[in-house]
Design a protein around this ligand. Structure first.
Ligand SMILES: Nc1ncnc2c1ncn2[C@@H]1O[C@H](COP(=O)(O)OP(=O)(O)O)[C@@H](O)[C@H]1O
Ligand SMILES: [Mg+2]
Length: 505
C-alpha cells in the first residue's frame, strides 16, 4: 500500500518502520491520502474512508479529483501540472480551507495540508485532511445568532452595548446611540468609562471586574453622560460573552429610567408638599381658634385699661409714675397684641379676591398719602416716579393697597431715620403685565433672612407676617413678588401682575 523509503534498511528494520507507519495511518484522526504525480491515489487511510465514504479499494487507483466538488474538480489536474512545470504551489506547505465531496454527494468544508516527498525519482504528494463541518456549523450558528441578536437589539429602545475586556466598544445599538447621542467616530475612540458619570465609575469598574470573571451582574444602576452633557439614569444587567471558555466581551442591556426617576422624585415631592399642607391646614385651624379665642379677652383688657386711665385722669391724687405709666404700657402692649391678632386673622382669611379695574396711579397716591407725613417728620422722602400713562390692572384694590402699604411700611422701618428716600413706580411690561416697584435707601435685607417666611422678623415689635401676606395676595392674583438689592444700598421689591387678573378666574 504505502510506499516508503525503506531501501537502505535491513528487512527487520524495514518491517518495523512499515508497522509504525501502518499504526499511524490506521489511528490518525485525520484523513491521509497520497497521490502520484499524475493525480492517482496510492494511499487512502481509514479516516479518509470514513470521511469520504469510499473504501480503500474504491479509491486507490482513481484520479483524486472525484473527491472534490466543482470547481476544484475541474481545476485540480491543471494545478498539479502547473506546479510540476513552475514550482508554484497552491496547496503544498500550507493549510488551506477547501471543500470535499463525499460518496453520498454531500459537499463539506475541510482543512487541507499537502506534503511532497521524493522516493527515488518518483514524487509523492500526501494530503492530510480534516473535516471541519462541525466547527463551521458552530461558527455559522454563532454568527447567525449574533446577527439575529443584533437585529433584535436594533429594534429595542433599551441601550445595548458590548465592550472588549479593556472597555472599548465593540457594538452599541440604535437605542444606545439615540439615548446618548455620540457619533460613530466618538464611540470608536471612547472607552466605556468615558460615557459614565463620575458617580458611577467606581461601581462600574467593580461590575466589569466581576463580569470578566464570568459572573452576570443584575440590576446595575448606572448614570451615563450623553454627548450633550445630559445625565441619563439607567438600570440593567451586564453579562460576559464567553467563547471557548474565555470571556471575550462584557455585554450590557440597560433601560433609560431618567423619566421614571424624575417622576418618582416629583411624586415624592408632591407627597411631601401635601403632607406639609395638611399639617399647615391643621396649624391654620388651630391658630384660627386661638386667634378667635384671644380676640375677645384682648378687647376686654383694652377696655379695662382705658377705664383705669380715664379714672386716673379724673382723680388727681394718684401718682402718674406708680400707676399711670404701667397702665400706658398695658395699653401699648394690648394695642400691639391686637394688631398682631388682626394681621394674623387676615393671613388666615381665605384669599377670595374682589377683582375690579384698578388704576395703579391712584393706589400709589393713596398709599403715599398715608405715610407722607410721618416720613417727612423723620427726614425721609416718599415719592412716586413719574407715571406718564394710566395703568389699569384687574385686581382686588383693597388687597393690592395693603401689599404696597406693607412694602412702604417696611421700607420706612428699614431706613429708620432720614435722610433717605422711598420711591414707588408703576409701569407696563412685556407680556401684558404690570410692574410695581417699591425701593428704599435703607441698609438692605439682613443676611440669612427669608423675608417671605411666616413669622420671620428682625424687629423687636415685628410680627413677621407682612411679607408672607403680601406674597400670598400677589400670588393669588397670578403674580410674582420678589426683591433684589438696590445699588449702592437699599432694597427693591418688585410686584409683577398680569394686567387682566389671574388666569383661572
Ligand atoms: N425694605 C426692607 N429692607 C430691609 N429689610 C426688609 C425690608 N422689608 C422687609 N425686610 C426684612 O424682612 C423681614 C420680614 O418683613 P415682614 O414680613 O414685613 O415682617 P415685619 O415687618 O413684621 O418684620 C423684616 O423683619 C426685615 O428684616
Ligand atoms: Mg412688615
Amino acid at each position: 500500500m504505502a510506499r516508503s523509503d525503506t531501501d537502505a534498511l535491513s528487512p527487520r528494520e524495514a518491517a518495523l518502520s512499515q508497522a509504525r507507519w501502518q499504526a499511524i495511518l490506521e489511528t490518525a484522526r485525520d484523513a491521509i491520502i497520497s497521490i502520484d504525480p499524475t493525480g492517482v491515489i496510492t494511499l487512502f487511510n481509514p479516516m479518509a474512508q470514513e470521511i469520504f465514504g469510499y473504501s480503500a479499494d474504491e479509491a486507490i487507483g482513481r484520479d483524486v479529483s472525484f473527491l472534490m466538488p466543482s470547481p476544484y474538480r475541474e481545476k485540480h489536474a491543471g494545478y498539479i501540472r502547473e506546479y510540476q512545470k513552475t514550482g508554484v504551489a497552491r496547496a503544498i506547505g500550507r493549510i488551506r480551507e477547501v471543500e470535499g465531496r463525499r460518496k453520498n454527494g454531500e459537499v463539506f468544508p475541510l482543512q487541507l495540508s499537502v506534503g511532497e516527498a521524493a522516493v527515488g525519482d518518483e514524487v509523492l504528494y500526501t494530503a492530510i485532511i480534516r473535516d471541519v463541518t462541525k466547527e463551521k456549523q458552530a461558527e455559522d450558528q454563532l454568527r447567525e445568532s449574533e446577527e439575529r441578536y443584533r437585529t433584535l437589539f436594533e429594534t429595542t429602545h433599551d441601550l445595548v452595548q458590548s465592550c472588549d475586556p479593556d472597555g472599548r466598544f465593540a457594538f452599541v445599538n440604535a437605542g444606545w446611540r439615540r439615548a446618548l447621542g455620540y457619533s460613530e467616530a466618538q464611540i470608536a475612540a471612547m472607552d466605556v468609562f468615558e460615557t459614565l458619570h463620575s458617580d458611577s465609575i467606581a461601581h462600574c469598574r467593580e461590575v466589569i471586574k466581576r463580569v470578566l470573571n464570568g459572573a452576570t451582574v443584575r440590576d446595575v444602576q448606572v448614570r451615563f453622560v450623553a454627548a450633550d452633557g445630559r445625565v441619563v439614569e439607567a438600570e440593567g444587567h451586564v453579562a460576559p460573552r464567553v467563547v471557548h471558555g474565555e470571556v471575550v466581551a462584557t455585554q450590557g442591556i440597560f433601560r433609560d429610567v431618567t423619566e421614571r426617576k424624575r417622576a418618582d422624585a416629583e411624586i415624592a415631592k408632591a407627597r411631601r408638599i401635601a403632607a406639609q399642607r395638611e399639617r399647615l391646614a391643621d396649624v391654620g385651624a388651630l391658630s384660627a381658634k386661638i386667634v378667635h379665642d384671644i380676640g375677645n379677652p384682648i378687647a376686654g383688657l383694652y377696655m379695662s385699661a382705658q377705664n383705669i386711665q380715664r379714672r386716673l385722669e379724673r382723680d388727681g391724687s394718684v401718682s402718674a409714675d406708680s400707676i399711670g405709666r404701667p397702665v400706658d404700657r398695658i395699653l401699648t402692649t394690648v394695642n400691639n397684641l391686637n394688631a398682631l391678632v388682626s394681621e394674623f386673622k387676615q393671613f388666615l382669611q381665605e384669599q377670595r379676591l374682589d377683582l375690579v379695574e384698578t388704576e395703579l396711579g391712584v393706589v400709589l397716591v393713596e398709599v403715599v398719602s398715608v405715610w407722607e407725613e410721618e416720613a417727612k417728620a423723620r427726614g425721609i422722602a416718599v415719592r412716586i416716579a413719574g407715571i406718564t400713562e394710566r395703568i389699569v390692572v384687574h385686581a382686588d384694590q383693597a388687597k393690592l393697597r395693603r401689599v404696597i402699604d406693607n412694602l412702604v411700611k417696611n421700607a420706612l422701618e428699614a431706613i429708620r431715620h432720614g435722610p433717605g428716600e422711598v420711591r414707588l413706580e408703576a409701569k407696563l411690561t412685556a407680556g401684558d403685565k404690570v410692574r410695581i416697584v417699591v425701593e428704599d435707601t435703607g441698609p438692605g435685607i439682613a443676611e440669612g433672612v427669608d423675608v417671605f417666611a411666616l413669622f420671620e422678623t428682625t424687629k423687636p415689635e415685628g410680627s413677621g407676617l407682612g411679607l408672607a401676606i403680601a406674597k400670598q395676595i400677589v400670588v393669588a392674583h397670578g403674580g410674582h413678588l420678589s426683591h433684589q438689592p438696590r445699588e449702592p444700598h437699599g432694597t427693591r421689591f418688585v410686584i409683577d401682575l398680569p394686567r387682566r387678573g389671574p388666569a383661572t378666574l
